[in-house]
Design a protein around this ligand. Structure first.
Ligand code: GCU
Length: 385
């Protein structure tokens, strides 16, 4: 009825700071049984797994444990890209279960003349697929290949919808349906964000086979829905050395409990294929969530995490994105690592890097461009070089 509709609309988004509820975040260092995590061993052996399970069951869903085989096929190659400094390849990842198969394309660029194995960045492209020919033809600020090469990084990218279509009714064509052999997903099965992150791990599987890449120094990146994905990808796969989360907002770096900008109510109704069913039950009851998004960052510790915001992108709640990093700091500290602890955000356009975490807020709206990438690579230089 009308009252219900109005109440729901009020819970869909908020742009007024004074309306942010007062909240207490779950303490990542207090275990379910109430005991305090005192050592890296206690974190690694039990507490980290507890939090990971909570996110799987309540937020992103659980990946299948069905066995599959994986192989890669090269479909195009240019060995003299960018004046001979790089080799570009278009690849296909082929996943097989019994006699059924599923594939998705990706593109990878390697340095030709590096003195040794290089670090790399896997970019989750939520907007479009960039075929090899296109990447060679014109530069794209959303995935600036030549910039990576110039700065000594290999890079790879794929398009999310090739893995799991980014639409409410795309299930049948995606990898999740492939794994389930067409059966509908149960309430806590993985959803699209997790499926896209899974694909980033398969691209990493490929990079592990390339001699000129050092697979222990690979970052995963994404913008917006891709930035929610990159964080979760690094939680599920501890091989990623850094996660970059650009303008990721609700369900990404932003604290759900602030309910500022996009809320759980709104995101789970607009994008029901992104999160597992239980997350939607916390619409308007964010304070009851057993986790919050600072713990996604904590799950990536002691590895690197970088969050970026834009001052006009209030939908993504820059304040809540920054607050997550600070709230994760006790976990980095417990693991013997330094990270950003300063509660006050850095000034507009200024980058803050402290140990394992980095942050900047750029002026302008929702988006990802060369300015962001330059700062991302500055951070990567401190951890991966
Ligand atoms: C929508 C959505 C956001 C998402 C964004 C994007 O605005 O509400 O959660 O981050 O799309 O992916 O660009």
């Amino acid at each position: 009825d009308l009252v219900e509709k109005l109440t729901r609309q009020r819970r869909e988004f908020n742009y007024v700071e004074s309306k942010v509820p007062t909240y207490t975040l779950p303490d990542p260092l207090v275990s379910r049984d109430g005991s305090r995590v005192r050592s890296p061993k206690e974190w690694n052996d039990s507490r980290r797994g507890e939090i990971l399970d909570l996110f799987r069951d309540q937020v992103y869903g659980r990946r299948p444990d069905t066995e599959y085989s994986l192989r890669f096929e090269q479909t195009a190659e240019e060995t003299q890209a960018f004046d001979g400094s790089a080799t570009g390849r278009e690849m296909k990842a082929i996943i097989e279960i019994g006699d059924r198969s599923f594939s998705f394309p990706f593109v990878v660029f390697l340095l030709n003349n590096a003195p040794g194995p290089t670090p790399a960045v896997i970019h989750i492209n939520n907007r479009y697929f960039v075929p090899l020919a296109t990447a060679l033809e014109k530069s794209d600020p959303f995935w600036p290949v030549e910039m990576f090469i110039d700065r000594g990084y290999a890079t790879a990218s794929f398009h999310t919808s090739h893995v799991d279509p980014d639409k409410k009714d795309g299930y049948a064509e995606g990898i999740r349906s492939f794994f389930a052999d067409g059966d509908p997903p149960d309430d806590t099965a993985w959803r699209s964000l997790s499926a896209w992150g899974w694909a980033a791990s398969r691209v990493l599987d490929h990079l592990e086979t390339i001699d000129s890449i050092d697979a222990s120094r690979v970052a995963v990146s994404g913008h917006s829905r891709g930035g929610k994905t990159s964080l979760w990808a690094a939680c599920e796969d501890e091989r990623f050395a850094i996660a970059y989360s650009n303008n990721s907002g609700c369900g990404g770096a932003a604290l759900s409990r602030r309910a500022y900008g996009e809320t759980v109510e709104r995101i789970t109704s607009s994008f029901p294929h992104w999160f597992c069913k239980p997350f939607s039950d916390f619409a308007g009851r964010e304070h009851e969530l057993p986790v919050d998004q600072h713990e996604v960052i904590a799950l990536i510790a002691p590895r690197g995490v970088y969050v970026a915001s834009a001052d006009e992108d209030l939908w993504a709640d820059p304040k809540g994105e920054y607050a997550s990093i600070v709230a994760a700091a006790p976990v980095f500290e417990r693991l013997g690592k330094q990270s950003i602890q300063t509660p006050v955000m850095p000034p507009l356009g200024q980058q803050r890097m402290d140990g394992q975490t980095g942050y900047h807020i750029r002026s302008g709206g929702h988006g990802l461009g060369e300015l962001d990438w330059g700062l991302f690579l500055d951070f990567a230089d401190t951890l991966l070089k």
